[in-house]
Each structure stands twice: as C-alpha cells, then as structure tokens.
Ligand binder design. Structure first.
Ligand SMILES: *Cc1c(COP(=O)(O)O)cnc(C)c1O
Length: 345
C-alpha cells in the first residue's frame, strides 16, 4: 500500500460507509422519488443555511450547473487566475456557459478590492461585457490550501453586492476552511448566492457534490443538471455515502490539518522550502532548487511507497486526508526529506 498524498480525492469508502450504502432506500431521482437523496439534500441545505440543495456527481458539474443557473451567457464572470474554475474545469465558464471569463489576481486566496475594481466592467458602455458574477474559492487549492475567514470573504462579497453582482462560492473544501478558521459553514454561505460543496474531498465519500442556494435557484440548477446529463436514477446508493460523510467525517478533518502542519515543520526543520500560508489546512507545498529534478524525486519517493504530484516545475503538493494516519504522515515526511536531500543537493 502506498501512502498516497496526491489528493484528498484518493480516499476509500470505509466499511461503515459501504454498509450505509448497502442499506440505502432508493427511487428514481429524476422523478424526485429517491428518499436518500432527499435526506442528503436537506442536510446540505441545513449545513450551508440555504433553502435548498441539489446533488450532482462532481464538483465540476456543481460549479458549471451553478454558473449556468446564474444566466451568465454573454456576460463577464470574474474568477481568480489560480482558481479551480479557471484552471481545471476545461474552460467550462466560456465553452459551456458562454461567458467571458475576466481573470483576476488571487495571490492571497481572495481577490483584493483594488484588483476587482480594475477588472470590473460596467453595463453602461457598448464596448464591454459587463461583469455579472464573482466566483470565490475557499479554501484555495493553488494558494496552498489557504483558508479565508468569513470577514475576509465579506470584504469581497460586500464589494460585489455594491456592484449588483451575484456571487458563487467554490466551496469544494469549505469544511477545511470552517475548521481552520473556527467559523460556521453557514456563515460563509450566508455571504453568497450559490455554493458548491464536495463530499469526495476531505469528507471521504467516493462520489458527489452539492449545489446550495435559494429554492428557485436550485430548481433552475435541476433543469441545467438534467440538460448536461446529470439527472441520475437510483442514486441514493451513493448519496448514502454522502450522508455518512456529513454525519461522521467533518470534525476529523482537524487531524488532516495537524498532520499537514507536522510534516511542514519537519520539512522546514530539514531546510526544505515550503510555502507559508496565513491559514493553512490539509496541504503542504514544497519547492525544490533544481527544476530538472522534479520527476526524479517523485519516482524515488514512489519507489519507497509515497505518492504525490508536482503542480509546476520544482513544486510539489502533498495533501492529507482520512486514509493517512499520523504515523504514515511521519513516515512520508522522512522519506521525502531523505530523497530531496539526496537528489536536490
Ligand atoms: C476538486 C475541486 C473541484 C472539482 O471537483 P471534482 O469533483 O473533481 O469535479 C472544484 N473546485 C475545487 C477547489 C476543487 O478542489
């Protein structure tokens, strides 16, 4: 068995989670007949403090169905240059939703008001695709898994409200943000019109995300989900894993944060460069000196039983999750230190 630090998506469903799936009552969810999906959606609505929620198969589908439901075709969408929506969703904002993506600096996780002012396009000028929607990401994956607080997010959302824009939150890891900052998920979500949360990241379910928002918004998203092929039938069988995850796997995310912090400290003490972020969560980013050695270190560590990926030349991302216990985190750190010291001398 590898110690797999490639992502928090590599987790396996536990025996108890599988048992919950086995026992799930099901029905045809396109006919809205699946009782297990209804339970999951109402739990997600409660946790996020929204009127309603919609189960979708992935975070990418959740983000695009939400964006489509904001009627952005022909408008501008402001999203961070380093965001998941911009980098890892196949350009869906433009290709599928027909919006012009106005990318903005998000070096500190959230965009700065001064940058948003510069990027914003008004609707009073024939030259401009006016900006209709702001997308935020918390925690921010490509910014080291950085968590932002509710008050930091409010600065952005207040600005957007003032411009009469809608706000979507890519909350794939909002539970990590909530735990790292000691904030309630619902307090983050109260600031935004729509949010996408992932069950298959830190929460350890095999599949699934939810879009949460007003009842009207969720009915629109239900239409878009069907149109893009995401209407599912007896899907309670996997929704049951999501219910199990929400009931059992939120608080334990703190262990992943503790493991990440321990490994970062070990690397720092060994003189290996890691990315410092203001409010770290379950990720550690490493920088080596010699970019030409990027793949050599990955292969050497894999031979010793530790897997991780590079996100750029000379840059690695380690992600901690429920299938990496403290002693495995410790073991992985020692192997990485040994190989980086040997190869990146
Ligand atoms: C993983 C992730 C998504 C997309 O989720 P998938 O289920 O992989 O499609 C969206 N946003 C962020 C920040 C993510 O980390």
């Amino acid at each position: 068995m590898f110690i797999d630090l490639r992502s928090d998506t590599v987790t396996f469903p536990s025996q108890q989670m599988r048992e919950a799936m086995c026992k799930a009552e099901v029905g045809d969810d396109v006919f809205m007949d699946d009782p297990t999906v209804k339970v999951l959606e109402s739990k997600a609505a409660d946790i996020t403090g929204k009127e309603a929620a919609l189960y979708v198969v992935s975070g990418t589908m959740g983000n695009i169905a939400a964006l489509l439901s904001h009627d952005i075709h022909g408008f501008g969408v402001m999203a961070g240059r380093e965001s998941h929506i911009v980098n890892y969703e196949g350009g869906g904002v433009s290709i599928l939703a027909g919006a012009f993506c106005q990318q903005i600096n998000d070096e500190s996780g959230l965009p700065l008001v001064s940058d948003m002012e510069l990027t914003f396009k008004a609707d009073d000028n024939v030259h401009l695709a006016s900006t209709k929607l702001l997308c935020l990401e918390n925690t921010h994956n490509r910014r080291g898994g950085m968590a932002s607080t509710v008050s930091e997010m409010k600065v952005c959302t207040d600005w957007a409200r003032n411009k009469k824009m809608f706000v979507h939150l890519d909350g794939a890891r909002i539970f990590n943000a909530s735990i790292a900052c000691g904030e309630r998920v619902s307090d983050y979500c109260a600031l935004v019109d729509s949010v996408q949360i992932c069950l298959s990241k830190g929460l350890g379910a095999p599949i699934g995300s939810l879009i949460c928002g007003t009842r009207d918004f969720i009915e629109k998203a239900r239409f878009w989900r069907k149109r893009i092929g995401g209407g599912l039938r007896q899907v309670g069988i996997i929704a049951a894993a999501g219910i199990y995850a929400l009931d059992n796997n939120i608080d334990r995310i703190a262990e992943d944060h503790a493991n990440a912090a321990m490994v970062k400290k070990m690397l720092d003490d060994a003189g290996i460069k890691t990315l410092d972020v203001a409010r770290p969560t379950n990720m550690v980013y490493i920088k080596i000196k010699d970019a030409s050695k990027t793949n050599d270190i990955i292969s050497a560590c894999e031979e010793k039983g530790v897997k991780f990926t590079s996100t750029a030349p000379a840059t690695y991302r380690l992600v901690f999750h429920l299938n990496v216990c403290r002693s495995e985190a410790l073991k992985a750190a020692n192997i990485i230190i040994e190989e980086v010291e040997r190869i990146d001398a």
